[in-house]
Design a protein around this ligand. Structure first.
Ligand code: ME8
Length: 507
């Protein structure tokens, strides 16, 4: 049977300019999507924009243009970011698209038909910035728990009977211990749900920018019900007999930031259960980036612009840093010094130097062709075995979304290869034992090949360059080429080596 993998990012609000936080979530998904493709999965990787709601309506009004014109213009920023970051998403969904409106209205009809939606009146606090409802007791110093301002709202509203889903949700979490990760977040959700759930207002009448509630022209759908549905829209819903839907739904992974875990791990599964649809397999909530110790916010003026990072440090170095520096799931602090340290130590010194030294030596002293190895000794076999078996550990870490562990494990092999160079001293074998020199260099090139193949998901461009320099054909760069199957052909001509990771020197 075909192996499939459906992975999603949150859909981002279009009123914001894309910053490092948005880039981070999509980057993590991109690395995982690329890994799964190389591992033979049919991957569907979805990202997109959340375009309805009061917040977007206000932003459009401030810009003096219609909400549709506004979203058409600003959703492009997120598409541009995907190109700039070299994201490999297969689809980009906008909640203003007809396919999504159809799907969201169908979810509504299912919830209504099964008796889980009823008409009443909402009176309470609403935060436009969070697009969330709060009770008096949830407010902190008169604000939403996130610090966002709230306003009093009283209007006719449809409600979803969320209160009835407390036990089914708790049972589901118990039966699927990996549904919410990391575990600390899972515990938070369980304790929140255990505290009891209130029915949820799922329609608004006081503004217009949203999906119409079917058969009631006064109401538009609550933006979170609309937004969460995007994941199943892109799986082909409501055409549930289609191959697309059958292969994609339920999603394997919804990747989100910890700020929106409750929507994904409580509301969304409750909506799906009530609509009698299968639940996604996992929701992973990663941590929050701060900038040199400060919360990132537009008002503080310290938003980290991904374009500036790419320009300053290079794309793949930026991708590497973001996934390596902070254990995935934890909060992390961005600092230029930490970035420079990583680039110069891990990339320029450890991997870049290793590749450069080996390739330029082979270029000069082995006729610019893959050397012909003699018999491998125990040290050669030991190093090669480490490089070849790396994939097993990486599969495990990718499946746990432990991106930092992926890179740590990989760099352990880089370290072992550097120690091997020191021990075997191939440069001094040139005069004394050229055959042994060829064997050592061949072993090192094979190790570099493995490192490059498995690191493609994180640094696609740099690793493509390294594989080019090793003369690995484009058709031999997947995980089926690990080990002897893809071994470098002795005698193959090599191109002129070029450095892949320059040292960062402050301008
Ligand atoms: O919440 N650190 O959209 P949004 C890490 N439209 N990640 C960050 C971050 C930071 N400082 N800032 C933002 C919404 N993020 C809704 C989602 S989904 C059906 C609807 C990332 O534009 C993180 O993934 O506010 C967070 O969850 C997301 O951006 C919020 O994006």
């Amino acid at each position: 049977m075909e192996k499939t993998f459906y992975i999603t990012t949150p859909i981002y609000y279009v009123n914001d300019v894309p910053h490092i936080g948005h880039a981070y979530t999509t980057l993590a998904c991109d690395a995982l999507a690329r890994f799964k493709r190389l591992d033979g999965f049919n991957v569907h990787f979805l990202t997109g924009t959340d375009e309805h709601g009061q917040k977007v309506e206000k932003a459009a009004a401030d810009a003096g243009i219609s909400a549709q014109d506004f979203t058409d213009k600003v959703s492009q920023n997120f598409r541009d970011l995907a190109v700039a970051m070299n994201f490999s998403n297969d689809d980009f969904i906008r909640t203003t698209e007809p396919r999504h409106i159809v799907a969201a209205q169908e979810i509504w009809r299912r919830l209504l038909a099964s008796g889980h939606i009823y008409l009443d009146k909402y009176a309470g606090w609403y935060s436009v910035r969070d697009e969330g409802f709060f009770t008096e007791s949830e407010l902190v110093d008169g604000k939403a728990p996130s610090g966002a301002p709230v306003e009093w709202v009283e209007e006719a509203s449809y409600f979803f009977d969320l209160s009835k889903w407390q036990q089914p949700l708790l049972d589901f979490y118990a039966a699927h211990p990996d549904f919410i990760l990391p575990e600390t977040r899972r515990n938070e959700v369980i304790s929140f749900v255990s505290g009891g759930l209130r029915d949820l207002s799922v329609s608004r009448t006081s503004f217009n920018w949203g999906i119409d509630v079917p058969d009631d022209a006064d109401h538009i759908m609550y933006v979170w019900l609309d937004a969460l549905t995007n994941y199943i829209t892109a799986a082909g819903f409501p055409d549930i007999t289609s191959d697309t839907y059958q292969t994609r739904w339920p999603a394997d992974l919804h990747m989100v930031g910890k700020d929106i875990l409750r929507f994904h791990a409580v509301y969304w599964p409750a909506f799906l259960m009530a609509a009698d649809l299968p639940l996604p397999k996992r929701v992973f909530a990663h941590g929050w980036w701060t900038n040199e110790g400060e919360k990132i916010s537009k008002s503080l003026g310290n938003v980290i612009d991904p374009y500036v990072l790419i320009e300053t440090y290079g794309l793949d170095a930026t991708r590497y840093f973001l996934l390596r520096e902070v254990p995935f799931g934890n909060d992390g602090d961005f600092s230029s010094q930490a970035m420079i340290n990583r680039i110069n130590a891990d990339l320029a010194n450890d991997l870049g130097n290793l590749a450069q030294r080996v390739l330029s030596f082979v270029g000069k002293h082995c006729g610019a062709a893959v050397p012909t190895p003699g018999t491998l000794n125990a040290a050669d076999h030991a190093l090669l075995a480490r490089a070849e078996s790396l994939i097993t550990r990486l599969r495990y870490h990718y499946d746990a979304q432990a991106f930092h562990r992926v890179l740590e494990e990989t760099w352990e092999v880089v370290g072992a290869a550097n120690r091997y160079v020191d021990e075997q001293a191939p440069w001094s074998l040139r005069k004394t034992d050229p055959e042994r020199m060829a064997t050592v260099l061949y072993t090192l090139m094979e190790v570099l090949r493995h490192l490059a193949v498995v690191t493609q998901p994180v640094m696609p461009q740099a690793m493509a360059s390294l594989l080019d320099q090793l003369a690995v054909p484009a058709s031999a760069r997947t995980f089926t080429d690990i080990g002897a199957a893809g071994a470098l052909a002795a005698g193959a001509a090599l191109p002129q080596p070029v450095g892949i990771f320059p040292r960062y020197v402050a301008a």
